[in-house]
Write a protein of this length. Sequence first.
Length: 186
Amino acid sequence: MRTPTPIVLDGYGVRLEPLTVAHAPDLLVAAADDDVWRWLPARRPRTEDDVRELVRTHRGDLAWAVVVGGRAQGSTSYLDVDRSVSGLEIGWTWYARSLWATHVNPACKQLLLSHAFDDLGAQRVTLKTDARNSRSQSAIRRLGARYDGTLRHDRLRADGSVRDTAYFSILAGEWPEVREGLQSRL
């Protein structure tokens, strides 16, 4: 598997641009709803400086701004790239609430999965979420990812409580069927 490098991914009305502090003003607007941050490991940014700090300290191996209608309206990342098993994670994904249950999530995942499997040669893509986040789990299942299990007492939430993490994955051999399902939704 090749190591991911910053690249623009564009299609289906979504543009994924390498995340920079220049996206901060738009992201502050997109992040204005507390529900967007309910399950994320960080608290909601309240100022542009908060967003810039979030971008600067982002732990993603490769983070993108999700640009829709010419404005950054969320973010997503490749995380935990493990070339020894040709695997990576798609995560730290959030969108402005107005984009929930629209074409944006399947479009982003189509772009990211296609890049991972077709361009980088990934053999496994992992997606994970808080075990209490049923909305996210449903969205991951609709992508065609398979449930792998739940890691109990996994990490701290922003409020200091400990979360269990539900793990899902897509393997390279499953990608053609997943891609077909995503394309039919788009």
